[in-house]
Design a protein around this ligand. Sequence first.
Ligand code: MLT
Length: 317
Amino acid sequence: MATKAKILIADPLSESGLNPLSDPKFSIDIKTGLSEAQLCEIIGDYSALVVRSETKVTAKVLACAKNLKIVGRAGVGVDNIDVSAATKLGIMVVNSPDGNVIAAAELTLALILAAARNIGRASYGMKESKWERKQLVGVQLKGKVLGIVGFGKVGQHVARGAVGMGMKVIATDPYASASIASRLSVKLTTLKEVLETADFLTLHTPLLPSTKNMINSQQLAAMKPGHSIINVARGGLIDEDALLKSLQEGHTRSAALDVFPQEPPFKSPSSVALMAHKNVISTPHLGASTAEAQHAVAVDVTEQIRDVLLNQLPRSA
Ligand code: MLT
């Protein structure tokens, strides 16, 4: 009997998303929460590895992966995978560029509304029997300016929703399509104008050396007093200490954060201090966490893995 190709699922994945791998030529192991050392110990047996964002596929892990042909990232960002180490070793890295776009955009819109209307603080107060009607007067979104940094698929879907609520939307992105922007009634402009004009700022860029701490004390100072900041993209885009200072001074009115430089963030003093601030809403990296998105990203990567292991080209190659 021919040997089966072994596939390791190292982060929780939608069960239905594994269907493309139900082939007698494959054997699947689901082992989540592995440390780098544990992963190094077992990875040598596997032909394919599937991760979300929790598992870090480091150069060390890849060096131990003697039979690995492909790593699938069930999501967009591949920042938890050492792609250059994988490339040097001839290991293919595939992702799901579209599967969770709507989920991330919808969470962004939810957080814009929550930040405008103090929903986090109000809900928390109710659990403590606090009826804070006077303290929690919010702001209306209609007529306010939403500044979008990164006008890719997520940024565009956020724009659709915001325009629908009567917001004026401006965006900055060196690669943005002018025709898509004009179709969505979005003005493309510079980061400077976005910062100076936005009442609400939302980030939709990857974390790269060039975008790390792109929102720092200088950028915050350039923003209008009373602005709100939403980050559903990557922790590390915002300098957390600078944001906390701006909130404490009342220059930033509120912030809604789904992502943190270290996740979970509970051992990071700057994240903990930020999450504790009364005008900060925080969520545990839920951008892609809808049933639909989890199914879609899992199918996207498992289909590509199936095709590679069966010696075909993946769709995104
Ligand atoms: C992504 O990069 O796709 C999102 O951050 C969602 C996730 O990590 O699962």
